[in-house]
Design a protein around this ligand. Structure first.
Ligand code: RP5
Length: 173
């Protein structure tokens, strides 16, 4: 968990080998001061542990689940089958198919059991956290304010980068 606060987001990942990418989600949630927890649990190798983490998380007040997995990526779908809370899936590029397998496995859910599927890999892990924060911000004005100021910071950075690109262009002509 990020701190002693009750976790609002549970990040699950299919393997410890997914940590480097899924840490991106944890970094964004930390930055936005959203309490979270993170666990390794597999839909295939440890289905009972995964079901227990979902049940236990719900009881402790987890509001959103983020699930990252690669290859035959059934983790997000497994989580969605066990909870009615929003599930955000992050397909990971951990096989020879570079994440396309995980993208299809995560996105192609049957009607009624949705997984909000993000992009493959690090951008998807990051955006799963940003989207989780946006959902939570519907009922949390202070978080909404933090999100808005992050957007302003991003816009300022674009302007700074534009200035730098114009200066660099002069040396490239
Ligand atoms: C998936 O298989 C995991 O999410 C991981 O991306 C991939 C490989 O897992 P390991 O064999 O490295 O544990 O279930």
């Amino acid at each position: 968990m990020s701190d002693r606060a009750v976790p609002k987001v549970s990040i699950l990942m299919g393997s410890d080998t997914d940590l480097e990418v899924m840490a991106e989600a944890a970094r964004v949630l930390s930055r936005l001061e959203v309490p979270f927890e993170l666990h390794v649990s597999s839909a295939h190798r440890s289905p009972q542990r995964t079901a227990g983490l979902i049940r236990d998380g719900e009881q402790r007040g987890v509001e959103i689940f983020i699930a990252g997995a690669g290859a035959a990526a059934h983790l997000a779908g497994f989580v969605a089958a066990h909870t009615t809370r929003p599930v955000l899936g992050v397909p990971l590029a951990s096989s020879e198919l570079s994440g396309l397998d995980a993208l299809l496995a995560t996105a192609q859910m049957p009607a009624g059991i949705p997984v909000g599927t993000l992009a493959i890999g690090r951008p998807g892990a990051s955006n799963a956290a940003w989207l989780a924060a946006s959902i939570l911000a519907l009922a949390d004005p202070a978080l909404d304010k933090r999100l808005r100021s992050e957007r302003e910071r991003m816009a300022e950075q674009v302007a700074v980068k534009s200035d730098a690109a114009q200066k660099k262009l002069a040396s490239l002509l």
